[in-house]
Design a protein around this ligand. Sequence first.
Ligand code: PMP
Length: 407
Amino acid sequence: ETSFDVYAIRQQFPVLNREVKGKPLVYFDNAATTQKPQVVIDALVNYYTGYNANIHRGIHTLAEEATAAFEATRDAIKEFVNAESREQIIFTKGTTEGINLVAQTWGRQNIQAGDEIIISNMEHHSNIVPWYILCQEKGAVLKVIPISDEGELDMEAFEKLLSPKTKLVSVVHVSNALGTINPVKTIIEKAHQVGALALVDGAQSTVHLDIDVQALGCDFFVFSSHKLYGPTGMGALYGKKDILEAMPVYQGGGEMIKEVYFDNIIYNDLPYKYEAGTPNIADAIAFKSALDFTKGIGKENIRQHENELLAYATAQLEAIPGLRIIGQAKQKISVISFVIDNVHPQDIGILLDNRGIAVRTGNHCAQPLMDRLCIRGTTRASFAMYNTKEEVDVLIAGLQKAIKLLA
Ligand code: PMP
């Protein structure tokens, strides 16, 4: 028996008390963004009411307090992903910025005409577009790991794509649209065997899985705070130290420099080298509260609860005639995408919203994945630590009513 008490956890998330269209909110759009516990909201309010100041530059008390809290988040992230050192944690505004940072710095310096970058057929647009832009600029080639109908990477095909031309393999750890957990450790090893670097998009994995960047061996790992019960506009890039040190600077401005002359500039050390300008101080500080909160409940406890919800919901959804679950990977997290014969996902979404149920519909920022599966989009329910079986029952009842109306 664990001490996991979902009803006590729900008390910590104020928004879960609200109603939508006169019904209690059932929030199943967690893969898009999670709700925030009171401690995260308090951290934001406490910063602005108690010690709002710009960081690093000030010697007064408020600046010192703000700097200490801001930098404490870097330590918390270092621990959370088991990085070797705090200097290897670069603050970003999220996964998207992390990938763009690597593409615009490491990519611009190292990718040449004829080089190849490998991604997969299940990437979020944010792990496609930055590489497409880079390949266009450099005359490099984007290669795509195919997937099976079940939504798993074709690892044999991946190995055939690898060659001395491969310079980078950039893959999603967990698919936001299908829930598939990809074998990233193997992918990273294979990439390294041909001398390529490996980037892992951890936007969806960090909230569900234990992350150990050293055990994975990845060169870059990127993720977003808002998918982890933290604020939006905040995230982190982890990189291997020698690689981060060798990369050219990203944005120019204050903080990322040591000395500035009109004819010479000396750039700052890691991690500040990649952190130009006043950062997102409040949200960075509150992110630590989210990490502490998650740690306090225990990722293993959360995972067990979410997997129970996944199994419970999957069994009930499979029993609905005409409903097909998209993404049948053997290893998946608590995300369920589905389509229903003769029913448009958007119509389902609207009818569910009328009953207070929040799901996501559409292509989930993964248009090439939808094309591969020959569908326009799906309805997606994604579960977090605070969801309950009763809420799944509400979803199933709502779906049955919706199908009766629409099909
Ligand atoms: N990759 C994946 C797998 C995602 O799910 C998301 C967010 N939907 C992103 C990247 C982009 O994250 P963000 O919008 O927080 O930058």
